[in-house]
Design a protein around this ligand. Structure first.
Ligand code: FES
Length: 105
């Protein structure tokens, strides 16, 4: 379980509990005004785009090529901060992570 600090698209802050083994997309899809996750986690829609704070970004496993391709095609891509929530697996190591849900495109 990891406590994740989330800022939604309206700037509202909330904390969510994310279960180990899920991806970040799953609890973020379940909150009001969370991510749409239209492809269901297949790394093909980018509607689960999030910005991870720089200090946390370096601690996450690197994005694979298909994730990077989608992110770099996004209008709001931020190098070093952009991730697809469906590609980040939750573990206790993520406890305290801060993220911002990216604007809808
Ligand atoms: S849910 Fe579609 S890319 Fe993440």
């Amino acid at each position: 379980m990891a406590k994740i600090h989330v800022t939604d698209r309206e700037g509202r802050k909330l904390d969510i509990d994310a279960k180990d083994g899920l991806t970040l997309m799953e609890p973020l899809r379940d909150v009001a005004d969370g991510v749409e996750a239209l492809c269901g986690g297949m790394c093909s829609c980018s509607t689960c785009h999030i910005f991870v704070s720089p200090e946390w970004s370096a601690k996450l496993p690197a994005a694979k090529d298909d994730e990077m391709e989608l992110l770099q095609g996004s209008e709001c891509y931020k190098p070093g901060e952009s991730r697809l929530a469906c590609q980040v697996r939750v573990s206790a190591a993520l406890d305290g992570l801060s993220l911002v849900i990216a604007p809808a495109e």
